[in-house]
Design a binder for this molecule. Sequence first.
Ligand SMILES: [Zn+2]
Length: 263
Amino acid sequence: MRNGCDLRVHPPAACSRAPKSLGRTTSVAACLLTLACRGTDGVAGAATSDAGAPLRWATREIILRAAPEVAGAAIEPRVSVALERAAATWNAALRRCDAPRLVIDAPLVRPAIRQDLVNEVLFHRREWCPPSAVDFEECYDRSLNASTRLRPRLDAVGARDGEIQEADIEINGAAFRWSLDGKESGTLSLEAALVHELGHVLGLDHPCSGGGPGARRGLVPCSDAGARRAVMHPDAAEILIGQKPEPLGAEVEMVCRNHALRQ
Ligand SMILES: [Zn+2]
């Protein structure tokens, strides 16, 4: 979340419009991950498709499963507890609207950060790299403490544009120290980070721009008091250390509004 963008939309919608003769593998491989990082003003922004449709789910439930970093390894209990708590926080906040419920299912036995229609939450303890990486050049930006990858439908047009088919969350336990709620000295809050990342899963982008050369136009600066209260603030995990993360009304309204559009 810090110094960069932890929300990726993969592949960008433009990739789905690549000539069919290229074949699916080629067309997808030719498209690098696109950092979404768009938002509106105020304290909540919606991630959107290339055509501007808000990213949202058509399903009634979003089923998430914790995954081990290597096949057969156990899931850390603090990760499971934090995930349950973070899902419960959003479910309570969204209980009065038509947004999907977040459901935590049984853990996976092996990592699968790929397009497979399985929504997974992977805590990296050893390496901050994709499970399929063969060398360190393929690893993620070490300044990110967590990352969410959204996979919208490739074939969605018209009213279905922006439908999310899958979301994968990864937590960087290789370069950052974590505890359940951030109350241990020198640790970040797993619960707060997962509330933030689940906000991305529900289609939210960051509410503000961090400034500097990477600043994004059209967003309020992250020093704005309103933005800093948001769980979707880029540095929410650091800010929410020792506090219970609660989505703001504007963030809840944005998720509710985007899902009221679904067909
Ligand atoms: Zn984020």
